[in-house]
Design a protein around this ligand. Structure first.
Ligand code: SF4
Length: 415
C-alpha cells in the first residue's frame, strides 16, 4: 500500500513575542487558577490578562487558534525572559540545552499563562522550565530505560505486548515535559520518512495478533485534522485492529486544539480511547475541563496518565485532589507511573514506597473511580508492573486474612 504522508507538519516557527504597553498586573490573590469564564468570554481571565499584556496586538480569536498557539510558543531564552523572571539556575540550564542532546524547550502561550508569574518552586513551572539538575546523570539512568528500541521491529512501532502496539506518529509536542520518558527521541528526531511510514503500516497490517494500537509520539494531536484522519482511516482499514487509543497532553497544554471539527472527525473512528497526561490538579483549568468535556461528548472514553514526581505531585493530598478533579472533568484516573530513570531525572524521581503510600491514601479514602493503578514500567523492557499496598495479612487453605484501608482485620473463609 502506498501511504501518502505529505502532510506531516513542519515544526512551527519560533515564538513571536510582541511586548506592548498594556501593563495590567496579573490577577491578585492566592488562587493561581481562578476558573472564571464570564459570559461571552472565550478564554479565562488569567489567559486573557496574559494575552493583553504580552500579545497586545492579538485578539482572542487568535489565542483560541491552536495553530497560533503553536507558532507563538516559547522556545528560546530570549522570548521566555520577556514574560517571566527566570532564576540564574534556569537561565544557565536553558543556555546549556544548546550544547547537549537534551529535550528542547517549548511551552505554549496558554500553558505559560498558567506559570509565568509564579515562583520557581511551583509544581507546574518545575515540569516545564529546565534546571541544572537535568544535567546530572546517575549510573542507573539511561536514555531509553524501557528499551523501546529493543522492542521496535520497524521504525515508529514498538511491539512489546502480544496484542498491542505503539505507533509513534510524530516526535513533536506543543510543550516539552522535562521528565519525558522519550526524551531520547522526542523533539529531536525528524518525522518518519515515506518508506518508514509504509513499513510501519505494513507491519501492523501483517501482524494479525495486534488488536489494539496506541497512537503516540510526541503528541499526535499536534497534527492537522486531515493528517490525523488519514492515520485513523488507515488503521481502521486493518480488520484485526479492534481499538485505537491516542496518547496526548494536548487538552492540558493546548486545550484550544480540541475543536468541534476535531471531535466530529474523531468520533467516526470508534471504538477510540484517549489517555491524557495530567500532572497536577492546577492543570485542570476551565479551558482544559471544557476540552475534556468536548472529547467525552464525542463518546471518547478518557483516561488519565500521571507520572509521580518528587515535590510536584508526590504527596497524597495533591494526588487525591488531582484524581477527584479529573472525575469532574469526566476523565477516569487510569495510571500513576513511577518516573522512569532517564538521564537527569533524579530530582524528579521518588521512591516506590512513596507511590505505594499514595495508593494507600486513595483506596478507601475516596471514590473507587478516583483510584488509578500505580505501575512501574520495568527498566529493560519488562512492561508495566502494578504495585499495590499489601492488604493480605495471611493466606491459607482455610481462610485468608485481610486488612482494610483503616488497618482493621477481616477474615474470608477460603472454602
Ligand atoms: S507530552 Fe508526552 S511525549 Fe511530549 S514531552 Fe510531555 S511526556 Fe514527552
Amino acid at each position: 500500500m502506498n501511504v501518502n504522508i505529505s502532510e506531516v507538519p513542519d515544526p512551527p516557527a519560533e515564538g513571536r513575542l510582541i511586548r506592548g504597553s498594556y501593563c495590567e498586573e496579573p490577577i491578585a490573590g492566592t488562587t493561581l487558577f481562578p476558573h472564571i469564564l464570564e459570559k461571552d468570554q472565550t478564554i479565562s481571565r488569567r489567559s486573557s490578562d496574559f494575552l493583553r499584556r504580552y500579545f497586545p496586538l492579538t485578539d482572542e480569536n487568535n489565542w483560541n487558534d491552536w495553530r497560533w498557539q503553536l507558532s507563538n510558543s516559547f522556545s528560546t531564552l530570549e522570548a521566555l525572559s520577556k514574560v517571566m523572571d527566570l532564576t540564574e539556575d534556569e537561565i544557565y540550564a536553558i543556555n546549556s540545552l544548546k550544547n547537549c542532546h537534551r529535550l528542547p524547550l517549548r511551552i505554549t502561550p496558554y500553558y505559560l499563562s498558567l506559570i509565568h508569574d509564579i515562583d520557581r518552586f511551583n509544581p507546574l513551572r518545575r515540569t516545564m522550565i529546565p534546571t541544572p539538575e537535568e544535567f546530572f546523570s546517575t549510573e542507573t539512568e539511561c536514555s531509553d530505560p524501557l528499551d523501546e528500541t529493543g522492542s521496535s521491529p520497524v521504525t515508529g512501532i514498538v511491539h512489546r505486548y502480544p496484542d498491542r502496539a505503539l505507533f509513534t506518529v510524530t516526535q513533536f509536542c506543543s510543550s516539552y515535559c522535562r521528565y519525558c520518558t522519550r526524551s531520547h527521541s522526542v523533539g529531536k528526531l525528524g518525522n518518519l520518512s515515506h518508506s518508514e511510514w509504509n513499513e510501519a503500516i505494513n507491519y501492523l497490517r501483517e501482524h494479525t495478533e495486534i488488536r489494539d494500537v496506541v497512537i503516540s509520539g510526541g503528541d499526535p494531536l499536534t497534527m492537522t485534522d486531515h493528517r490525523l484522519e488519514f492515520i485513523l482511516n488507515t488503521l481502521r482499514s486493518i480488520k484485526h485492529i479492534e481499538i485505537i487509543r491516542i496518547g496526548t497532553k494536548v487538552p492540558v497544554v493546548l486545550p484550544m486544539r480540541i475543536t468541534p471539527a476535531l471531535t466530529s472527525m474523531l468520533k467516526k473512528y470508534h471504538p477510540l480511547f484517549m489517555s491524557i497526561h495530567f500532572t497536577h490538579p492546577d492543570e485542570i483549568s476551565v479551558e482544559t475541563k471544557r476540552a475534556c468535556e468536548m472529547l467525552a461528548d464525542a463518546g471518547i472514553p478518557l483516561g488519565s496518565q500521571t507520572v509521580l514526581l518528587k515535590g510536584i505531585n508526590d504527596d497524597p493530598e495533591t494526588m487525591k485532589r488531582l484524581m477527584q478533579k479529573l472525575l469532574t472533568a469526566r476523565v477516569r484516573p487510569y495510571y500513576i507511573y513511577q518516573c522512569d530513570p532517564i538521564p537527569g531525572s533524579s530530582h524528579f524521581r521518588t521512591t516506590i514506597e512513596d507511590g505505594i503510600n499514595i495508593i494507600e491514601n486513595l483506596r478507601g479514602h475516596t471514590s473507587g473511580y478516583a483510584v488509578p493503578q500505580y505501575v512501574v514500567d520495568a527498566p529493560g523492557g519488562g512492561g508495566k508492573i502494578p504495585v499495590l499496598p499489601d492488604y493480605v495479612v495471611h493466606s491459607g487453605p482455610e481462610k485468608w486474612v485481610f486488612r482494610n484501608y483503616q488497618k482493621k482485620l477481616f477474615e474470608y473463609p477460603n472454602k
